[in-house]
Design a protein around this ligand. Sequence first.
Ligand SMILES: Cc1ncc(C[n+]2csc(CCOP(=O)(O)OP(=O)(O)O)c2C)c(N)n1
Ligand code: SF4
Ligand SMILES: [Mg+2]
Length: 351
Amino acid sequence: MTYIAKPKISHPKIARNKLGLTARDYEGALSTLCAGCGHDSVTAALIQAIFELDIEPHMLAKMSGIGCSSKTPAYFVNGAHGFNSVHGRMPSVTTGANAARSDLTYVGVSGDGDSLSIGMGQFAHVIRRNLNMCYIIENNGVYGLTKGQYSASADVGTVAKKGPANKQMPIDPVSTAIGLGATYIARSFSGDKQQLVPLIKGALTHKGFALLDVISPCVTFNDHVGSTKSYAYTRENYHHVIDADFVPPLDEIKAEYDAGSAMPVELHDGSKIVFRKVDNDYDPTSRAAAFSYLRNSVNAGEIITGLLYIDEETGDMHDLSGSVEQPLAKVPYGDLVPGKEKLSKVMDRYR
Ligand SMILES: Cc1ncc(C[n+]2csc(CCOP(=O)(O)OP(=O)(O)O)c2C)c(N)n1
Ligand code: SF4
Ligand SMILES: [Mg+2]
């Protein structure tokens, strides 16, 4: 999270969560990313969100692929499970882990290259399975780790530090996720922690596939004039379509939320996401409306942020495949072995 090792001093008045842990207990190793990289700001938001949700470190699984962004899990929650997979293959590894341990909270951190270039196939299939995970793309429009080549999210006309402008159409992860049936879709900016933290909390709590596309500028290879993923360009074209607050199950929903266009949506565990619509005609529960709003905004050159779509009705991978409630890894071995009689019955069905 930072280059400078901070001493661990525990002030008696330091904020503690329900587990008695401080935010510092959710930190990881010192970051080795470039100073000012947007990815480190996402790490800071993740630490705050996970701390505030009172998640026990050993009940969290941090997943990633390859890239500067995929190094992020090393920098938060030291005590969590973690798997740094092959480039673009984080979704299938997470699917396997979740199939066996459905009781863990899964957070995957990926890059635009890791998800939309080499990993596009896996990205598409993890969405259609509605795997219960929070999937963050730290989107900088380039392959940062391999020195700044255009990725599949690079906009037409954006210019690299050297060489010609990009001519190929970008793949927008948000529109793609809407089309593929994702059930929680949001976009934010690494420089907007106030918006990012509640969106991460909602994504971690949502039961199903939650995509968070975070514009996260690469200060070394894509932060110059002419880049459409720079800090300056993002700040200039950034538009909150909706503001979302995360309300834990036991907190009352304050009256101010009821006014005007506020709309609470209950999540699976009883917590709530409360929307305050900045654009009154925006409906985050209609897939078709979200899609057309997004397309119009792309044409207007706007970067639309906030919780763009939510569906709390569709079941996750386990609901769809009818798995038992108990995590498969915890089912006693004897119960998993069908035995000769049951096996013959199954075989008879195919004769
Ligand atoms: C199979 C394979 N192909 C190519 C590479 C080289 N490679 C490493 S990271 C990377 C792209 C990373 O870009 P992105 O996911 O956007 O992450 P960023 O570094 O920008 O955060 C590539 C092409 C690799 N490690 N493995
Ligand atoms: S190369 Fe870019 S993406 Fe990678 S750490 Fe540096 S600023 Fe971040
Ligand atoms: Mg990238």
